[in-house]
Design a protein around this ligand. Structure first.
Ligand SMILES: Cc1cc2nc3c(=O)[nH]c(=O)nc-3n(C[C@H](O)[C@H](O)[C@H](O)COP(=O)(O)O)c2cc1C
Length: 181
């Protein structure tokens, strides 16, 4: 048997969608991720996977803190486009969103968020194009009840795409002509 990588297999893996934030002094930023996972319960730890070219990657490495907002199923595509297809290197994304400053000093995006958490970085591993950041959760808040936005809903109902910077980008998918990332 000849080994074969069919990217359709990866589409069967399930995820949510989140805003990952960080801040270093006055520099604050956030981006969409689908790669947040709780990795331990005691102590509570989460991991996130971030493209090395993203501004958020640089800020997490320097500040050692990150925040997550769990997006709800009603999140509009315009909001996902702002945080998922634009870079903080070009625009101030958080100037266009409501957020509060958490216990660690990390901005926590409140728009379309069901809950928020913030974490202190304990380790990171290079994956080549991306890094996996692992953090201990030091503060959490449930903002309201609702259904979280899933990656499947984003693709199948909202007809959303994932840019090449996303770890789950499918290189066999036809590129979207209207989007540059
Ligand atoms: C649905 C979706 C999922 C994404 N998942 C990730 C992810 O898990 N990790 C990542 O590094 N980028 C992911 N991205 C891409 C980033 O959100 C995007 O590259 C963003 O513009 C980076 O912003 P920054 O340069 O301001 O940090 C995703 C984008 C979308 C639309």
């Amino acid at each position: 048997m000849t080994p074969f990588i069919d990217y359709k297999v990866f589409q069967n893996l399930s995820y949510g969608l989140y805003i990952l934030t960080s801040a270093e002094g006055e520099k604050k930023n956030g981006q969409i991720i689908n790669t947040a996972v709780q990795v331990t319960s005691d102590p509570p730890r989460v991991s996130v996977i971030v493209n090395k070219a993203n501004l958020t990657h640089d800020i997490i490495l320097r500040s050692n803190i990150f925040g997550l907002s769990v997006l709800d199923a009603e999140t509009p595509m315009t909001f996902i486009g702002l945080f998922g297809f634009r870079s903080g290197r070009d625009i101030d994304k958080l100037a266009k969103a409501n957020f509060k400053t958490g216990f660690t000093g990390c901005p926590l995006v409140l728009d379309h968020a069901l809950s928020v958490l913030e974490a202190e970085l304990i380790d990171h591993v290079s994956l080549g194009t991306h890094s996996i950041f692992i953090g201990t959760v030091v503060n959490t808040e449930v903002l309201r009840e609702g259904s979280p936005l899933t990656y499947q809903y984003y693709h199948e109902v909202l007809r959303g795409k994932s840019p090449p910077a996303a770890p789950t980008f499918d290189p066999t998918e036809r590129p979207q002509s209207s989007r540059s990332t």
